[in-house]
Write a protein that binds this ligand. Sequence first.
Ligand SMILES: Cc1cc2nc3c(=O)[nH]c(=O)nc-3n(C[C@H](O)[C@H](O)[C@H](O)COP(=O)(O)OP(=O)(O)OC[C@H]3O[C@@H](n4cnc5c(N)ncnc54)[C@H](O)[C@@H]3O)c2cc1C
Length: 295
Amino acid sequence: MKPPIFSYHDPRTTNDVVALLGSLDNAKLLAGGQSLMPMLNMRFVLPDHVIDLNRVDGLSFIREQNGAFEFGALEIGAMTRQRDIEFSDLVRQSCPLLHEAIAQVGHRQTRNRGTLGGSLCHLDPAAELVTVAAALDARMAVSGKNGTRSVDFSAFPVAYMTPALEPDELVTGATLPCWPAGHGYAFVEFSRRRGDFAIVSAAALIVEKNGKVTRASVTLGGLGAAPVRAHEVERALIGETIEEKRVREICEPLRKLDAIDDIHAPASYRRQLATVLARRALLKAHARIVAGAGS
Ligand SMILES: Cc1cc2nc3c(=O)[nH]c(=O)nc-3n(C[C@H](O)[C@H](O)[C@H](O)COP(=O)(O)OP(=O)(O)OC[C@H]3O[C@@H](n4cnc5c(N)ncnc54)[C@H](O)[C@@H]3O)c2cc1C
């Protein structure tokens, strides 16, 4: 399969990208190409212009951000390769949920090219990085002709695989707030084969004090058109001691969530996975705290 004919643009600065986006009709940004190229080849997208971000300065970085967040945050540039995130000591220490999830994204070959920004903008609801961004309440840094703005990740998906971006905007990076030292974390997923997109995934983060949960984040990927934060479960966990029977009870309401019904799995199966994977993720996160292996 061959892509449709398009004009190729190779800008060097974010301002040049914004100017191109503002002046060209029907343009697509190219990051790692791991989703865009197949979509071009299958003629799912037919852009007249492709704007390559690969030689744009200043979009690839992983750095600490102190100040705005109680426990600090990581700032990651949109063009940072998934493989660089996978091998970053800073990510492993400051954001172990991301470290655990990224190893489950595709294959090392796709992670060599695929980027954080590409995955978050492609917004496949089953994508691991999308689920992690929702779990951590990430903030997206967006640049356009009116300057820069920050978008809470909870408001970033506006429809199925559609980010809250204007036609002249690009994502330049994401800020991922850190959780306190000693928190429990786990990212678990069910996919047909290793390296496939998850059918359903679950991300859990918990903080415990004197054996009781004081803070929780539970997120399900692959269930709906965007990742689902299980706020009811999060609230029910507060003050609880994590043990299997109680976590099973707390996760039961997940069986009632709306779920996608498609060729990969019926909605009922996705709900069953959500219920089981959320429980497993919570128990794994708790086990890490008990073992002193929390972050
Ligand atoms: C064999 C295979 C297996 C895979 N398995 C998985 C998997 O298990 N889990 C998973 O999550 N992914 C998987 N992927 C997809 C992969 O992770 C991609 O890297 C990711 O979906 C897109 O990232 P990219 O950098 O390649 O973006 P691209 O493909 O270049 O772009 C994707 C989309 O995002 C837009 N975009 C890119 N960057 C920006 C930006 N900065 N601002 C605004 N818009 C932007 C593009 O215009 C395009 O619409 C797989 C891919 C392959 C080929």
